[in-house]
Design a protein around this ligand. Structure first.
Ligand SMILES: Nc1ncnc2c1ncn2[C@@H]1O[C@H](COP(=O)(O)OP(=O)(O)O)[C@@H](O)[C@H]1O
Ligand SMILES: [Mg+2]
Length: 251
């Protein structure tokens, strides 16, 4: 089960990633970031500032050009803007794939799928097909599939960016609850300032060309929060102004 990781933080030290050789794109330069156990960190910045590149490096889907990333032995699971469900499989079939890769015995799959669908508040959806589901429901299935991997670290790359505001609000509540219940460390990428402040214990502000961290902001507000909370809005406004100044009109 989760929650057994060491209390050592995740350490990202001097990380750079250049694409296309010495004269190529510097997607990331000299990124230093320490993430504590069970911290919820939001990476915030305009398009092209290296957020997805950094997440891929943490997920070990890509290797840094310079620097080191030490996850302290933790496993990661990744979730993207698109649920990427296999359309020819049922909801249960999609989640079972993750259970299979995690080495869960086949005899346990059915029970585990039912549990996971309860966790993401999609009970009874086992036999449904992805095309029958709304975008929000598909992201709930994708979340269940990520949780099936029993990773201690959940890496999320703009997972709710394509959803309508009401669905997104609901999923914000779910991820906040699930991260707390399952004692997850979460690194959440977004270009939405309010979303970052709504969710993050800490917001890491990034800037492009070259991609780098320019500011860190703690968000010591009580949970659950809402996008509309005046204090969330006020802090988001401050960060928004700074992003606009720095990135020359970033969202
Ligand atoms: N595989 C790749 N090959 C070449 N350039 C890339 C690749 N991945 C990302 N980049 C470049 O690196 C920069 C950062 O990209 P990305 O990490 O996707 O930013 P973000 O997720 O913040 O929008 C961009 O200039 C992008 O074009
Ligand atoms: Mg991206």
């Amino acid at each position: 089960m989760t929650g057994t990781a060491t209390a050592e933080p995740i350490r990202i030290i001097g990380v750079g990633r250049t694409f296309g050789g010495a004269a190529g794109t510097v997607a990331l330069e000299q990124v230093d970031l320490v993430v504590q156990e069970r911290e919820f960190v939001c990476l915030l910045g305009a398009s092209g500032c290296g957020k997805s590149t950094l997440l891929s490096l943490i997920a070990d889907l890509d290797a840094p050009t310079t620097g080191t990333i030490d996850l302290g032995g933790r496993r990661t699971a990744v979730m993207f803007q698109d649920a990427n469900l296999f359309p020819w499989l049922t909801v249960a079939g999609n989640i079972e794939l993750a259970l299979r890769f995690s080495g869960v015995p086949k005899a346990d799959w059915s029970r585990r799928v039912t549990e996971l669908l309860d966790v993401v508040r999609l009970p009874g959806a086992e036999k449904r097909r992805p095309h029958e589901l709304s975008g929000g429901m598909r992201q709930r299935v994708a979340l269940a599939r990520s949780l099936a991997q029993e990773a201690e670290v959940l890496l999320m790359d703009e997972p709710f960016a394509a959803l309508d505001a009401i669905t997104r609000d609901a999923l914000h509540g779910e991820i906040e609850r699930i991260a707390e219940e399952r004692r997850l460390t979460v690194i959440f990428v977004t270009h939405n300032v309010r979303e970052a402040v709504r969710l993050g214990d800490r917001v890491i502000v990034m800037k492009p060309s070259p991609g780098r961290i320019v500011r860190e902001e703690r968000v010591p507000l009580p949970r659950p929060r809402r996008m509309e909370d005046p204090e969330v809005a006020r802090r988001a406004g401050e960060l928004h102004d700074e992003l606009d100044l720095q990135a020359g009109g970033a969202r």
